[in-house]
Write a protein that binds this ligand. Structure first.
Ligand code: KG4
Ligand code: ZN
Length: 373
């Protein structure tokens, strides 16, 4: 079965065709990062305008192979409402024009399908089939979300932990802005931290920093700036009934960074990189701790991680340690499917058809949709 997916929830306009929920036949992503860079964050009006301009071209490009698709899938939430509207309406029109069903897909749940995607002719990153990996613990970490999901089966998701304020990606982006490192912050902080742990002296050469690997078993040989790990207080209303041990708060981390930099302005790039490295350790350590805690709650068959922040080299290494110590396989997406894309939308639609028929054709965007809704 061939499903065409459309994604436009934030700052990527994307379309893909996926066979039987896993094999990606075409995958087109137009990223708006350069448009938002001058503002240091996504500007909703700029985003929706760019989606309108690009969507037809992106869909046309993905359909260039002339495949006959059996259904159209689309993200209807969560995300920016004006961005979601563009993709949803394009998908409704396309489904009607092609005379095929429309399937509404939840963006966060789709991130948790990404480890199962593979390109034609390329081996999947995991031998596990999606159905046999359940029950799984899912961790969706991106610019908009930091959510731990108990996945009993496709379609049976329950949020067991989440951030009470900023998402991990947001925490990276805001820190990079404060340190003057650029946008988006995650990849730059990842590079500078890697440079620091490797004893780099030149931080101007981004490609050279990117090519480095994190040394195994990072050893701290000097006092590092200390940043909080964001344990929410049990009983806080924002927990909304969730276990405080599985939730996190990143807003204090950002404030701690602000005060640290005011009090100890970095004298050179190395000091800046040291701050970036310590800050990253706080985020990565927090995510790893909560994940370990969540893995203790149930006999999970896999740990599934998706979202832009899962590209982070330190996070990948830390989660691998946690998974190995708990004897659970860690399933990470191929790097090109970590960030927002439409292959994950088309892929999940094959396994989980929540919203179909007239329900899908009549659905409106849902900017605050949660995993499991
Ligand atoms: O999944 P994504 O493309 O979009 C959302 O759904 O939000 O995630 C984007 C986020 C940004 O905050 C970006 O800084 C972060 O992912 N990111 C990273 C890395 N690469 C992207 N964060 C940490 N380390 C990275 N290497
Ligand atoms: Zn996303």
């Amino acid at each position: 079965m061939l499903i065409l997916g459309i994604e436009s929830s934030c700052d990527e306009t994307a379309c893909a065709i996926v066979k039987d929920g896993r094999e990606v036949l075409s995958n087109v992503v137009y990223t708006q990062i350069p448009l938002h860079r001058p503002y240091g964050g996504v500007v909703p009006e700029v985003a929706s305008r760019a989606h309108v301009e690009k969507i037809s071209g992106v869909v046309g490009e993905a359909m260039k192979g002339g495949e006959v698709v059996d259904a159209v899938a689309v993200t209807y939430g969560p995300g920016l409402s004006s961005s979601l509207l563009v993709g949803l309406n394009a998908a409704k029109g396309l489904a009607m024009a092609l005379g095929v069903p429309l399937i509404g897909v939840n963006h966060i749940e789709a991130h948790l399908h990404t480890p199962f995607l593979f390109d034609t002719g390329v081996a999947p990153t995991t031998d596990l089939a999606p159905e046999t990996a359940m029950p799984a613990l899912g961790l969706a970490v991106s610019g908009g979300h930091t959510t731990w999901v108990d996945m009993s089966a496709y379609g049976q998701y329950r949020i067991i932990g989440q951030t009470l304020d900023d998402a991990a990606g947001e925490a990276f982006d805001k820190a990079a802005k404060l340190l003057g490192l650029g946008y988006p912050g995650g990849p730059v902080i990842d590079r500078w931290a890697k440079g620091f742990w490797n004893g780099a002296t030149d931080y101007a050469d981004a490609a050279a920093l990117k090519a480095l690997a994190y040394p195994p078993g990072i050893k701290v040989r000097e006092p590092m700036p200390r940043f909080p790990k964001g344990h929410p207080r049990a009983g806080t209303a924002a927990l909304a009934g969730l276990d405080a041990d599985l939730c996190v708060s990143f807003s204090g981390l950002k404030t701690a960074l602000l005060y640290h930099v005011r009090k100890n302005p970095p004298k050179d790039d190395r000091e800046k990189a040291q701050i970036a490295a310590a800050y990253q350790e706080a985020i990565v350590g927090t995510l790893a701790d909560r994940t370990r805690m969540a893995l203790c709650r149930r006999a999970y068959k896999a740990l599934i991680v998706g979202g832009g922040v899962s590209l982070n080299g330190r996070l990948r290494a830390k989660l691998a340690e946690v998974a190995a110590s708990m004897n659970v396989p860690l399933l990470l997406a191929p790097p090109k499917y970590c960030g927002d894309n439409a292959a994950m939308i088309a892929g999940l639609a094959y396994f989980k058809q929540t919203l179909t028929g007239d329900d899908a054709l009549n659905v409106d965007v849902n900017p605050a949709l949660q995993a499991g809704d």
